[in-house]
Design a protein around this ligand. Sequence first.
Ligand code: TXA
Ligand code: MG
Length: 304
Amino acid sequence: MATIVSGSEGVSTLVAALRNGDVVGFPTETVYGLAADIRNDDALQKVFAVKGRPTSHPLIVHIADPEQLRELTTEMSVACEALTRVCWPGPLTVIVRASVRVSRICTGGRDTVAVRLPAHPLAQRVIRELGAPVAAPSANRFGHVSPTTAQHVVDDLGNDINVVLDGGASDVGVESTIVDCTVNPPQILRHGAITPEDIRHILASCGTEVVLDSSGPSRAPGMLDRHYAPRARLILHETVDAVPDDGAPVLRCDSNLVEVARHLYDQLRDLDARHIPVAHVVLPARQGLGYAIRDRLSKAAAGL
Ligand code: TXA
Ligand code: MG
């Protein structure tokens, strides 16, 4: 069973494990990641094995310094420059053309790579002490609810990894916003805490638009219809008035959206822990953080 470590000693333990080619649980401000050293192909392969994820679904590369992006890509668009300058460190992932230095195991065989600079200080310390970026998908079994505490990682993957670094509960609670900067105009592939309004505003400053709607056929492999899924069946409603009075619990996700996002996955896990078969959910409006919350809830509710 995996051990939870913390503090400076925990950082050193994690870095030693990464150097040893292990995959480890590490905290970020969005959700916990399952990390491997990007220089080690065997370790990268282990990430897919532990997660039970198809090898064609690429991983996000986490860096600790914006300069590291230049080693990972061959070209930086003006849009990418602006987005990363404003949003990093933070919950934004950019898709860029991959340089030859990026392992194709990490990119799922593609010539593009997803990169982000997390805001969590412990994530940054791990990457700096290792001296190299780490590739990390969310640290949950493929298709399960993403982890927002070290204990969630142990609950899901504790039998397959040795160590998880405890960085407290993730502050944001939903995965990063993904923007594909290899196309013009850039396209939002996954909604997150950096909202479409934020992105439109940043890109307007460099005279670029953004494609807001990510509801079409997704070009980000791994974004299946059913994802982030609890066992409980969720019934989604646009307004609280539409919820029938049938005794099933009601999750209000229509106000205090920062708090809703922070506790979203915890609430879904809690339904399962309480063996609740069906719950009603009141959705937020399509604006700001509401896009990301709606996206995760629709995926959690999608039929098998
Ligand atoms: O907040 C986050 O982004 C978290 C934390 C741990 O950083 N990570 C995360 O990773 O959510 P993961 O693997 O669960 O989701 C990564 C998504 C996948 O849907 C994948 O398809 C997409 O990023 N992706 C990665 N590389 C890509 C690429 N080259 N082109 C298109 N999509 C890509
Ligand atoms: Mg994931």
